[in-house]
Design a protein around this ligand. Sequence first.
Ligand SMILES: *Cc1c(COP(=O)(O)O)cnc(C)c1O
Length: 249
Amino acid sequence: MKEMLIMTPGPTAVAENVRLARAKVTTNPDIDLEFYDFYKRTCDKLAQFLKTKNDLRILAGEGILGLEAACASLTESGDRVLVLDNGIFGHGFAEFVELYGGQALLLQSSEKEDFDIEILEKFLEKDHDFKYATIVHCDTPSGVLNDLSKICPLLKKYGILTVVDSVAAMGGEDLQVDNWQIDIALGGSQKVLSAPPGLTIVSISPLAYQAMENRQSPIASFYCNLLTFKDYYEKNGFLTQCQFQTFMD
Ligand SMILES: *Cc1c(COP(=O)(O)O)cnc(C)c1O
């Protein structure tokens, strides 16, 4: 087939060396201990790239899986969540929040420019009782780029966890997860990284884990439960730790 130059934000054209790498022999990653090391090394490299010491996971599923997993893992019934909305992906977060029983409060700013910090400052002075807030790094249809270096530290000043959708920006724009205090940063394989679709990148801070572990009710999902993978390496196995036990129960 003739190569096509795809000019969308993603899925993008995939280079031949990347396509060929996917033709390598595969094993069963559930029981292949070498895969655990390979997976961990890859996660560690990505964490370095995102300037973070937080845990990093690569999940099999498209970008949306990461967005839903963050909301599923953090949201409990009745939780108030601040959804910063200056674009289509911006307000899209509210759907996931509400799907898992949360109360999404949308705070709007112009879709034509980056989120107005003053609007956020004024709002937070009056109301800051939120478990977490969501913000999109680059809102794809408009191309607006939000200044996470200001927004996330401001939210954290009020003790609000920060969830960032950087699916369209990760790899193309600077993303300093630790300096900017991002509790959950989300990326995908098929946008800037120019790999085929199907992988989601998720970094998770200790505070985000704490919020998941301190829940009153269990996380209402298996596939989207970020705690499932928390200690996979130390425990040496998805197979031994989760699937096998589930079969035995
Ligand atoms: C593309 C995109 C997503 C969704 O990613 P998929 O891999 O298509 O599920 C989420 N957020 C933003 C900002 C995107 O550009």
